[in-house]
Write a protein that binds this ligand. Structure first.
Ligand SMILES: Nc1ncnc2c1ncn2[C@@H]1O[C@H](COP(=O)(O)OP(=O)(O)OP(=O)(O)O)[C@@H](O)[C@H]1O
Ligand SMILES: [Mg+2]
Length: 295
């Protein structure tokens, strides 16, 4: 960090260029210590009922970055669109999926887990079958707790489980929130980004009251930020005004590399490790470890 020294009065003032996009001083988060033992996992839902805000991209790249830091990571595709499964290049047809586990069709959770091209990052896939789950689960006993009971069976093998939620606040998302220790809310730096967040936080509060007293908001992650536009800067300023230190310092910039990485079915952290977006996701991983959200 550099300081502008004013010899006239001897004061040092922080240059505004040393402030991060959230308006707070830029910080370096330390490289996480290697873990000596693994599990049980802390479970984090990536959640926002608004579509296209970066939930799946964040699950993939945060998962890969944490795996690169030696964490054992399980990513759960909890969206019938199966974008997470596609983005990690795993099979979604003629294999057990999260849907089969929810309906407990005599399949052990371990049998649905697939390895990815990233060492230490595994995935439970989803496909369009999952769209029927909301209807089937409605009549189940303890219908909100079914994912929690599935994940309990594999938690010991992982340090962190990331759940990529679908863009809705229906029963599947309530299952994800009930199963989770924490929530990360990706928020696109666009007009109307804040619209809907109050409802999401209300939903998290209800889940805390009724189903999962321990759930915490691990942070709000600003995504698709473009420092060149006043608009993006204004949106981020309003998000920080509204949520203060619940806004993570790491901000994900808008970049065309993400669609490329999707086509390559591999995390950008593997595909272009020195790209600024890869650095940003590694920083996010370090920030979450620093905050205690991940071991
Ligand atoms: N930082 C970024 N810069 C540019 N494009 C991005 C960025 N992050 C994600 N994208 C692209 O934006 C689109 C939506 O991202 P993503 O699928 O991660 O969002 P989502 O919240 O999971 O969407 P959905 O609600 O539909 O599941 C994708 O095409 C993705 O490649
Ligand atoms: Mg998605």
């Amino acid at each position: 960090m550099t300081y502008e020294h004013d010899p006239a009065d001897g004061t040092a003032t922080l240059e505004s260029s040393d402030l991060g996009p959230t308006g707070r001083p830029l910080r370096e988060f330390p490289e996480p210590e290697p873990l000596r033992s693994h599990g049980p996992a802390r479970i984090i839902a990536l959640c926002n009922q608004k579509g296209g805000v970066g939930k799946t991209t964040t699950t993939i790249n945060l998962g890969a970055a944490l795996a690169d830091y030696g964490r054992r990571v399980l990513a759960v595709d909890f969206d019938p669109q199966g974008a997470l499964s596609a983005g990690l290049g795993v099979q979604t047809h003629d294999v057990p999926t999260i849907y089969d586990l929810l309906l407990s069709r005599g399949i052990a959770p371990a049998d649905a887990i697939q390895r990815t091209g990233v060492e230490g990052l595994d995935v439970i896939p989803a496909n369009i079958d999952l769209s029927a789950a909301e209807v089937h689960l409605v009549t189940e006993v303890a219908r909100e707790q079914i994912l929690a009971s599935v994940l309990r069976k594999v938690s010991a093998d992982y340090d962190v489980i990331l759940i990529d939620c679908q863009p809705s606040l229906g029963l599947l998302t309530v299952n994800a929130l009930t199963a989770s220790h924490g929530v990360v809310i990706p928020l696109e730096c666009e007009y109307f980004a804040l619209r809907g967040v109050a409802l999401l936080i209300e939903t998290i509060d209800k889940v805390r009251d009724r189903l999962n007293p321990a759930i915490t908001l691990d942070g709000i992650l600003a995504t698709m930020y473009d420092a060149r536009t006043l608009h993006s800067r204004e949106v981020l300023e309003r998000v920080v005004d509204a949520f203060d230190d619940r806004v993570l310092e790491t901000v994900i910039t808008r970049t065309v590399k993400f669609p490329d990485a999707t086509v390559a079915a591999t995390p950008i952290t593997e595909f272009a490790p020195e790209h600024p977006a890869s650095r940003a996701y590694r920083q996010l991983a370090r920030e979450l470890v620093d905050r205690g959200a991940v071991a």
